[in-house]
Design a protein around this ligand. Structure first.
Ligand code: DP6
Length: 323
């Protein structure tokens, strides 16, 4: 078989990845932990084809060139080296969520691309090896290979930096209620942002505490302890954004509506609603709660002015091959 199609889910980090020891290998400076999102995914078909002159890429049915194709081709070069093949590839990728809705797609995209490319080459790799390979395309993609709640180990070498399941998706019924406040393409991608992290005086302090926050977060997940979880998740997100805002050049991802939502979440919590927030490299707010409260959180978010859409996602499974 020279062709395979894989599906991988997007993920939301509870303890964040921000900054690399090695940008080319995407060896992070700290470990991270995340949850896969079941109904936000990318399906990617890879065909290794010797008759092609070069790699080609379509995203949601449209032919892609420029930076998107360059990044995919660069990842394919790394895969060709690992898989010891030389054929160009035809890549067709589809997201089931709207592009430009401000939901990160590089995690699901590079996880699906990696699994499809390896399977199409008829090479059998362990989940650990697949996760490390996906990492080379996008750091967060390493966490979209295993199922459920996932920890990405920092590592000092390529093979040591991989992600694995902490607990399966059905272990805890956490929901990510995503408030979309902007559908603009961000000015600074994560890829461009990571190298700036070290220019912030706050990055060393953030990194120094990351392993401990990860342990607290992991234990809170294992204990299904939402109040400990809330404290550490919001703190970690605030720390990452503090680093972003104090880097050179400074990165301000928040919009006024972002702050309104964060404040509302604190108010709702003081009234007894169990919900917390976390933000990636963008203005949208991931509101995490237990499934019983998801409708309430969604309804309340929809009443806030500036919220243009709300998406709801359960914990999701591993990347897998589609028939
Ligand atoms: C803020 O994985 O998107 O979402 O490795 O350059 O593709 P690249 O970066 P990416 O960075 C994600 C950063 C984050 C936090 C996180 O998901 O851990």
């Amino acid at each position: 078989m020279r062709q395979a199609t894989a599906r991988a889910h997007s993920n939301i980090a509870f303890i964040k990845y921000w900054g690399n020891q090695d940008d080319d290998l995407r060896l992070p400076v700290n470990p991270s932990i995340s949850m896969n999102l079941d109904n936000l995914y990318t399906d990617t078909t890879v065909l290794w084809d010797d008759t092609l002159a070069s790699d080609s890429l379509t995203i949601n049915g449209e032919s892609a060139s420029g930076k998107a194709l360059e990044r995919v081709s660069k990842h394919l070069d790394k895969l060709r080296k690992q898989l010891q093949i030389s054929s160009p590839a035809q890549v067709q990728s589809k997201n089931n969520f709207p592009m430009g809705a401000g939901i990160a797609s590089s995690a699901s995209a590079f996880a699906a691309l990696t699994l499809a490319a390896v399977t199409a080459a008829e090479v059998e790799l362990s989940e650990r090896e697949l996760s490390a390979l996906a990492r080379l395309g996008s750091g967060s993609a390493s966490r979209s290979i295993p199922a459920g709640f996932v920890e990405w180990h920092t590592g000092k070498t390529h093979g040591e930096s991989f992600a694995e399941t902490v607990v399966q998706a059905n272990y805890w019924d956490l929901i990510d209620v995503i408030a979309i406040v902007s559908d603009e393409h961000k000015h600074t991608t994560s890829q461009a942002g990571h190298p700036t992290a070290k220019t912030s005086d706050l990055q060393n302090a953030r990194v120094a505490g990351a392993a401990q926050r990860l342990q607290i977060c992991k234990q809170a997940i294992i204990d299904r302890d939402f109040s400990t979880f809330t404290e550490v998740v919001e703190s970690d997100s605030n720390l990452m954004h503090a680093v972003m805002m104090t880097s050179q050049p400074p990165l301000f991802y928040w919009k006024p509506t972002t702050l309104t939502i964060m404040e509302s979440i604190r108010d709702w919590r003081s009234e007894g609603l169990a919900v917390c927030y976390t933000l990636d490299a963008g203005p949208n707010v991931h509101c995490i709660c237990i499934s019983n409260d998801a409708d309430t959180v969604r309804n309340r978010l929809q009443t806030l002015s500036g919220v243009i859409d709300v998406r709801v996602a359960n914990a999701g499974g591993a990347a897998h091959i589609l028939p």
